[in-house]
Design a protein around this ligand. Structure first.
Ligand code: UGA
Length: 438
């Protein structure tokens, strides 16, 4: 198939390379010339395991090209819209500028070329968007399918090639049926492998995505709320999570209490959902998501307060080593990262903060040039008065407490992800603080 992918961020770049890997001819489009130049030269603009190899393979076989000129996609049979919908500054709502601009450009392209390719929306959007865009596209002969994406950063390639499920939001009738057949051809490999494909209406397809992310965010904030109660009662949230997770109606996953969720998806998606619910007159229906957000942000406060408690009056000028900058391991994404917030807040309180991270130092230097960084973990730890683990990279989780104690000035650690063994660290002479653990 001849495919275009509009928007070459995380979602789009990975989608484009995966589609080329499946045998399609793909043109990736983005308005950012720097990103397009990097991708065309086989340089990944973000850290994603497996993506550089996939990109190189797709470029080498000649099935993947990149451009800033959407007119070069005029012969595509399918256009995927993968642009971002970030949080609008000063509002909880999503910024729809890029989605709207993409669809307007596609409408113009149809008018100029006389072709009527199908358009597939993958961006995360407020419910009701697809119906609005479909009307614009129908007027120039194109059918829209809403096909939300569920990939996780760090596992993006696998999640794209082997998703848990594929969802199509479609109009009823022959146009929808014809478009479904085209998209089935694009995903023929996945469908042959019996990956479930569900067809539904636009609104349900849009809601599947936001409901899934809302549920995941709620699960994390639920266990973090339990951590707050554990802190007041001397209970241990890690044991609590282990015990309730054994009930497979609850499940163990996404019950890791700690400094909370960040990234470019969960925080902004729950906020955009509450903003959309307000517009629909359903303020109360997802009002609990405001609490989910608040619980999540309180966990960042908790880590800062623990640092203040640990250092007391000595905080100004104390050397604080922050282990982690990315919002989660296997990523260099700093969007809404709890690690970055903790580092900048402690720095603002006067601490001499040094950050280390296996992947995220280059973007950290660009976005927070005043934060000191150290490439080597040992260098970062040297002379520390306090160590704060905020991203659970394996490099940090396997640190040896005895060796680490020889590097620091004072053996005090805040385990912001509850990934260290407190008994082991305490017996090596450390003062250990976890979140929701005694
Ligand atoms: C999330 C969803 O998991 C994907 O399914 C979805 O497709 C994606 O958003 C999206 O909307 O594009 P992602 O943002 O990559 O994926 O990250 P997650 O793995 O969900 O982690 C989010 C945050 O939650 C991280 O900061 C992580 O550290 C935190 N987390 C996760 C916890 O604090 N505790 C947990 O138990 C699990």
């Amino acid at each position: 198939m001849r495919i275009s992918v509009i928007g070459c961020g995380y979602l789009g770049a990975v989608h484009a390379a995966c589609m080329a890997d499946l045998g399609h001819h793909v043109v990736g489009v983005d308005v950012d010339p720097g990103k397009i130049a990097a991708l065309a030269e086989g340089r990944a603009p973000f850290h994603e395991p497996g993506f550089p190899e996939l990109l190189a393979r797709a470029l080498d076989c000649g099935r993947l090209t990149f451009t800033t000129d959407i007119a070069r996609t005029a012969d595509a049979q399918v256009h995927f819209v993968c642009v971002g919908t970030p949080q609008l500054p000063g509002s909880d709502a999503a910024d729809m500028t890029y989605v709207d601009a993409s669809v307007t450009a596609l409408v113009e392209l149809n008018k100029a070329s006389g072709r009527t390719p199908i358009v597939v929306g993958k961006s995360t959007v407020p419910v009701g968007t697809a119906a609005r865009l479909a009307a614009q596209l129908e007027a120039v002969g194109s059918t829209l399918i809403w096909n939300p994406e569920f990939l996780r950063e760090g596992y993006a390639v696998n999640d794209t090639l082997s998703p848990d499920r594929i969802v199509y939001g479609l109009p009823q009738g022959p146009a929808g049926e014809a478009a479904r057949e085209v998209l089935d051809e694009v995903y023929a490999d996945q469908l042959r492998r019996k990956i479930p494909r569900l067809t539904t209406d636009y609104a349900t397809a849009e809601l599947v995505k936001v409901a899934a992310n809302s549920f995941l965010a709620t699960k994390i904030s639920f266990i973090n709320a339990m951590a707050e109660i554990c802190e007041l009662t001397g209970a241990d949230v890690t044991q609590l999570a282990g015990a309730i997770g054994m009930d497979d109606r609850i499940g163990k996953k996404f019950l890791q209490a700690g400094v909370g969720f960040g990234g470019g998806c969960l925080p902004k998606d729950i906020r955009a959902f509450t903003a959309r619910a307000d517009e629909l007159g359903a303020h109360d229906s997802v009002g609990f998501l405001r609490e989910v957000d608040k619980i999540n942000l309180r966990r960042r406060d908790r880590v800062v307060h623990l640092a203040q408690e640990a250092l007391g009056d000595r905080l100004p000028g104390a050397k604080v080593t922050i282990l982690g900058a990315a919002f989660k391991p296997h990523s260099d994404d700093l969007r809404d990262s709890p690690a970055v917030e903790v580092a900048t807040r402690l720095s603002a309180l006067g601490a001499d903060v040094v950050v280390t991270d296996p992947a995220a130092l280059p973007p950290l230097a660009r976005l927070h040039p005043t934060l000191k960084q150290a490439e080597q973990i040992d260098g970062a730890l040297k002379g520390a008065d306090l160590v704060v683990l905020v991203t659970e990279w394996r490099e940090f989780v396997i640190l040896d407490p005895v060796e680490t104690a020889t590097l620091v000035n004072a053996p005090v650690i805040i385990d912001g992800r509850n990934v260290l063994n407190p008994a082991k660290w305490r017996s090596a002479g450390w003062t250990y603080y976890g979140l929701g653990r005694p």
